[in-house]
Design a protein. Structure first.
Length: 368
């Protein structure tokens, strides 16, 4: 049998992007993440700095205001991991337009692309969002309770959503609704009289990211604003990309917790030696390390399937499930290793712990 070389390393372009994001995170995010969390706001200039890198609009054709570069799910996972290693709230907010723009670019009609993509490809960041999650026990993004009904030349949407990021500031949102037993996406203006945005939510984590409950009450949407037109869209593909993205974000949060706890354990001295020399601590550090690598590999495997034009239903689901469980475990270890200091807000591990809980339950808040 012919021997083949397999490499899990990055190409030069990927390494360059990773290093660029890492420098931005170190220079802007790391020293300010605590204040963002405490003040519950992300300074607009931080989001603008990420936006100016051009990663979000790079695969969008020049005719729509992008750079016309090659679309790469793998590259997007690398970007999301690096941003999330700095702060998960910023990672979601800064890349949120991609969750609105990419589905339109891939599955929208020509009219939808011309109408909705260019306004959000300006030099200045403009938020647009997605409404997927629903406020109910055992929520499943595949079985939506928000319903769309065809009436004449329009669709009427009724239902409730939660965890809708930047809803009050976004001009448009992609809304997931069940249409005759199948999930579909609809482009809805914030100014639609059937859209009712509630007060900002108070969540366990992601303090800096403002999310809102949104109710759709007889929300009438023109037939032309069903994503993909009369043929609709591939909602399953949308979920696959979202799950891979959230897996990448979980990897970033977990990596940050691991690295902080590892370094702390080497510096913290008890009974004359660093606590890293204690077997119980060393075992936790080692477990965190291989769990982070496992998350990344599953995420890259799923992204690679998409990049090769294959269906990634199984891979994306496994990556998301593993990332949800592993992120909770790793960030919990981070708090444990710091002991009492892990309970103090001056250390970031408690923020990683709170934010990481969102990986298991959130859907649609990022995409590759």
């Amino acid at each position: 049998m012919e021997e083949r070389d397999f490499s899990f390393g990055m190409c030069e372009e990927q390494r360059t992007m990773k290093e660029t994001i890492a420098r931005l995170v170190k220079g802007v995010v790391t020293d300010n993440a605590h204040d963002m969390d405490e003040k519950k706001v992300i300074p607009s200039e931080f989001i603008q700095k990420v936006w100016e890198l051009g990663a979000t609009i790079s695969p969008i054709p020049e005719e729509y205001g992008g750079y016309g570069m090659e679309y790469s799910p793998i590259m997007n996972t690398i970007i999301l991991e690096e941003l999330a290693a700095g702060d998960m709230a910023l990672a979601i907010a800064a890349t949120l337009p991609s969750s609105f723009l990419y589905p339109i670019l891939e599955m929208g009609t020509d009219e939808q692309k011309k109408k909705y993509i260019p306004p959000y490809c300006d030099a200045a960041y403009k938020p647009c969002t997605v409404a997927i999650n629903e406020p109910r026990f055992r929520f499943d993004a595949v079985s939506l309770e928000t319903k769309a009904e065809k009436k004449g030349g329009s669709y009427v949407i009724n239902g409730k959503k939660c965890f809708v990021p930047l809803a009050k500031d976004s001009g448009h949102m992609l809304v997931a609704a069940d249409l005759d037993g199948t999930g579909q996406l609809f482009i809805v203006s914030k100014d639609n009289p059937g859209v009712k945005i509630g007060e900002r939510e108070s969540n366990l984590g992601l303090y800096a990211l403002d999310t809102y409950p949104v109710a759709f009450e007889n929300c009438e949407v023109p037939e032309a604003d069903r994503l993909g037109g009369s043929n609709g869209c591939d909602y399953a593909k949308f979920l696959q990309k979202s799950r891979i993205a959230l897996s990448a974000i979980g990897t970033g949060v977990s990596r940050a917790s691991f690295e902080y706890a590892r370094d702390y354990s080497k510096e913290r001295v008890q009974f004359g030696e660093p606590i890293a020399s204690r077997q119980s601590i060393a075992f936790m550090i080692a477990e965190m390390a291989y769990e982070v690598d496992g998350m990344r590999l599953l995420t890259w495997k799923a992204a690679s399937a998409l990049e090769a034009g294959k269906d990634a239903k199984r891979e994306s689901y496994l990556a998301k499930i593993f990332a949800g469980d592993a992120t909770m475990k790793i960030t919990d270890y981070g708090v444990q290793i710091l002991g009492g200091h892990g309970f103090i807000r001056d250390h970031p591990v408690e923020r990683y712990y709170r934010n990481g809980r969102g990986i298991a339950i959130l859907e649609g808040m990022a995409t590759v």
